[in-house]
Design a protein around this ligand. Structure first.
Ligand SMILES: [Zn+2]
Length: 123
């Protein structure tokens, strides 16, 4: 006497496959960030008087990202940042910081070399 035949009946469903297809469609839609950004308490009094030296044209600008996007979008470094969009804000910030630091570094070198100008200190 054997009951193996009854036990080996496969218990499968073919409903699961549709779920992932739907999820893919949802992911393809342009997603709008829904999270809130925490602001530092000093934001209200934030001054934009600190200027950064642009790595590309050496201009002193208070809002470097905006300057980079509008003036140097053809530079590969800037294009790479713009290509990220809002998909990877951490990487975007990292690349922007890198460009800002390089600009400050070049600027400071120039100031030290010529003995004139104002040092831009990362703070
Ligand atoms: Zn520039």
């Amino acid at each position: 006497m054997s009951s193996d035949d009854l036990v080996s009946v496969a218990s499968y469903t073919d409903n699961d496959s549709h779920v992932s297809d739907l999820q893919d469609e949802v992911d393809d839609l342009e997603t709008v960030p829904t999270y809130a950004v925490a602001h530092a308490s000093n934001r209200e009094h934030r001054k934009w008087d600190k200027k950064y030296s642009c790595y590309f044209c050496k201009a002193m600008v208070s809002r470097l990202p905006r300057h980079l996007y509008s003036m140097h979008s053809s530079e590969s470094e800037v294009a790479a940042i713009m290509a990220l969009g809002n998909s990877d804000k951490v990487k975007k910030q990292m690349l922007l910081t890198k460009l800002r630091n390089i600009g400050s570094y070049v600027h400071n070198n120039e100031v030290l070399k010529t003995g004139a100008g104002e040092l831009s200190v990362v703070c």
